[in-house]
Design a protein around this ligand. Structure first.
Ligand code: AP5
Length: 285
């Protein structure tokens, strides 16, 4: 599947992308993660992107498009991908459309995750990331458990806050989202690709809604027996009745007096039961 996840900063695009990766086995392509990695490695791209990111503005389209073109050409993206944080404006959306036409890989769906402003700010203020493995937590909704260890270091996770998760930058990111990214909702609706889900619920529930919107079946449960599938109540009654009968049989076996083993009866005697001989009344002495 080729999917775009749209939504404001903090809507849960990264979190839900991870669930899709686990379920579908296709890569998550997050422009935010690619840019942060370039900044951390001190590459030329990172150097050019850094200032815009720290200010909560969008990085130049030409830089982002170059990065996306390269990433979509990678082998693992041929089976499908989840775009997280891209496209971010109409120019990027048009460029993506052209690129996917060239690659003959049209999008299957675009999902908009809707969350209200207060909840977005709450989620972003609680977000912490492990500096070593990159796993995302939330101090308010999903803190790491006391026993959780980082798979990279084997020690407890080292939690850090993203530099652009401060109050001033978050306000600017949300403003930029409304101005530049929200218009993509109409862009994709006009192409009949848009699905909107209410993403203001716990993570598992949002995943359920997302999978439903994409027509992805959730993990299979064990199939009940045939009779239970037809009528679960009737099947349950049948089990109770069967158990009751077994109990009664066992009780009557316990209560019955022990009989001597009967002598083998001849066929004729079985066929014709012997008539009972009336006993003579005892004579009184
Ligand atoms: P980017 O990294 O894309 O950030 P963003 O779009 O602002 O999105 P976030 O990563 O903040 O939020 P998210 O929706 O992924 O939420 P998450 O799952 O983490 O971009 C950063 C910067 O890079 C941009 O500002 C820009 O400068 C630049 N950039 C990136 N792409 C660009 C592009 N295409 N063009 C130009 N510039 C670009 O969840 C947030 C928190 O909430 C977490 O703590 C999580 O645990 C928690 N949470 C998630 N779901 C739930 C839930 N259902 N209930 C409770 N808590 C939840």
């Amino acid at each position: 599947m080729r999917i775009v996840l749209l939504g404001a900063p903090g809507a849960g695009k990264g979190t839900q992308s991870q669930r899709l990766v686990e379920r579908l086995g296709i890569p998550q392509i997050s422009t935010g993660d690619l840019l942060r990695s370039a900044v951390a490695r001190g590459t030329e791209l990172g150097r050019q992107a850094r200032e815009a990111m720290e200010g909560g503005r969008l990085v130049d389209d030409s830089l982002v498009l170059g990065m996306i073109r390269e990433r979509l050409g990678d082998r693992d993206a041929r089976r499908g991908f989840i775009l997280d944080g891209f496209p971010r404006n109409l120019a990027q959306a048009h460029a993506l459309e052209r690129l996917l036409e060239q690659l003959r890989q049209p999008l299957d769906a675009v999902v908009q995750l809707e969350v209200d402003y207060r909840e977005l700010v709450r989620r972003i203020s609680g977000r912490r990331t492990c500096a070593d493995c990159g796993r995302v937590f939330n101090l308010l909704t999903s803190p790491p458990s006391a026993s959780a260890l980082c798979p990279k270091t084997g020690a407890p996770h080292r939690l850090v806050q993203r530099p652009d998760d401060n109050e001033a930058t978050v306000a600017e990111r949300l403003r930029v989202y409304d101005e530049k990214t929200r218009p993509l909702v109409d862009f994709y609706r006009a192409r009949s690709l848009l699905r909107v889900i209410d993403a203001q619920a716990d993570v598992d529930e949002v995943t359920r809604r997302l999978f439903q919107a994409l027509g992805i079946r959730t993990a299979r449960r064990a199939r009940p027996a045939k009779a239970a599938r037809r009528s679960p109540r009737a099947a349950a009654r049948k089990v109770v009745a069967r158990k009751g009968a077994a109990r009664r049989k066992a009780a009557s076996r316990r209560a019955a007096p022990r009989r001597k083993p009967a002598r083998a009866a001849s066929r004729t005697s079985r066929a014709k039961p012997r008539a009972r001989v009336p006993q003579r009344p005892r004579r009184k002495r």
